[in-house]
Ligand binder design. Structure first.
Ligand SMILES: [Mn+2]
Length: 388
């Protein structure tokens, strides 16, 4: 059994002020070509189909086109799809009975009532059955009443609770599709700037929950990487969705499962974008002189290092480069401003900073008693600092 693992398509995404429609159409076509060429037994798409929970008509049309072309080019290949945190579960579930008849299996919502379970799709090969469990993005409140839990239910406990209800036959091969922030005993995956960060790490789920699975096809983190074990993998986005991803190689993850108990064989199929993303740094005249036929239409993040601010730098850059994402200035003056800003932040009252964080997390302000406790703690910490 050999299957493709992709995720985080973020269809409809804008990169700064540029639409990525042509880049996304191009990369989806390249994925279809790879499927036609390699003939995998299935395609797993681990969430964040769309960039927004209410995608634009254009975005919906593009995903529709992708499914249609995929079904024309590789009609026998099942598509397994879960919702991510960016998708609206209800919208993604639209027409799912009809799609199921065409071997497009979509799971938007986790189970919410007694009789409901994760969607399970079983495929066969020479070694027997492979069960794919489709676990869409879970927020604790989605499953709180199902698990008969209070409002203190954590992400970790929510995912654990949902999986504990499933009858997973450990003598067969099992694969899970999931879209959560997995950590391995406290070690976190390497993130990028295009993911939505949740402060305080409350969305973390430990990979120990994935123990029943021979492979975990994960989505959510945009840089391809394993987490904890070789077979627990984030495949990453098919395109670079932030400047922080400049040096990441994007790819389709290809997974080969043989008999139960053997390690899956994991390879990458590289994905080349229509338009590269890169950063350029130097004085205005240096950056202008770097322009070539090759790079002038790339997505660019430009940092100017002139000590004397040049005249109309943006306008002059735009005459040469067509897709400028941002122009930053890094010289003695801006560095001075930054270090002053850092000084200013340090002077803020730590109790107030914490109170803000507390309110964001708990959706209520701290009580006077709680504030007193925190004030004491910070005072003790400050004493400790003063004493050495
Ligand atoms: Mn994502």
């Amino acid at each position: 059994m050999r299957f493709f693992h992709i995720s985080d398509l973020h269809i409809g995404k804008q990169l700064h002020r540029y639409s990525m429609r042509s880049e996304q159409e191009d990369i989806l076509n390249k994925i279809v070509c790879a499927v036609k060429k390699e003939q995998p037994d299935a395609i797993a798409i681990a969430g964040d189909i769309y960039d927004k929970s209410v995608p634009s008509a254009e975005a919906v049309a593009l995903f529709d086109h992708f499914l249609t072309v995929m079904k024309e080019q590789a009609p026998q290949v099942p598509l397994l799809i879960i919702a991510g945190n960016h998708d609206s579960a209800e919208r993604l579930d639209y027409a799912r009975e009809l799609l199921t008849k065409n071997q497009v299996y979509i799971s938007g919502m986790p189970p919410r009532t007694e009789g409901e379970y994760l969607k399970k799709v079983t495929l066969q090969d020479a070694y027997g059955a492979v069960n794919f469990y489709l676990m869409p993005f879970i927020k604790p409140f989605f499953v709180r009443s199902l698990l008969k839990e209070s409002d203190t239910l954590t992400y970790d406990a929510a995912v654990r609770g949902v999986l504990a209800r499933e009858q997973i036959d450990r003598t067969e091969r099992n694969v899970i599709l999931s879209h959560q922030f997995y950590v391995a005993g406290g070690s976190r995956p390497k993130t990028s700037e295009s993911e939505i960060a949740v402060a305080g790490g409350i969305d973390e789920v430990d990979v120990s929950v994935l123990a029943p699975f021979d492979y975990a096809a994960l989505g959510h983190i945009h840089r391809p990487q394993k987490i904890g074990k070789e077979q627990y993998r984030y495949c990453g986005t098919p395109l670079k969705y932030s400047v922080s991803e400049e040096h990441q190689a994007k790819s389709i993850t290809c997974v080969e499962l043989k008999e139960k108990g053997t390690e899956p064989v994991i390879t990458q199929i590289g994905l080349e974008p229509l338009r590269e993303l890169r950063s350029l740094r130097g004085t205005l005249s240096e950056v202008l002189s770097l322009a070539t036929e090759e790079n002038k239409d790339d997505f660019l993040s430009i940092t100017l290092t002139d000590e004397i601010d040049p005249y109309q730098p943006k306008e002059r850059l735009m005459e040469v480069y067509s897709h400028i994402l941002e122009v930053r200035v890094d010289n003695a003056r801006t560095r001075r401003i930054l270090s002053e800003a850092v000084e200013e932040l340090k002077l803020e009252d730590p109790v107030e900073v914490f109170a803000q964080f507390f309110e964001n997390m708990q959706a209520r302000p701290m009580s006077e008693a709680e504030k007193r406790v925190m004030t004491e703690i910070f005072a003790k910490a400050a004493e400790g600092e003063a004493n050495g």
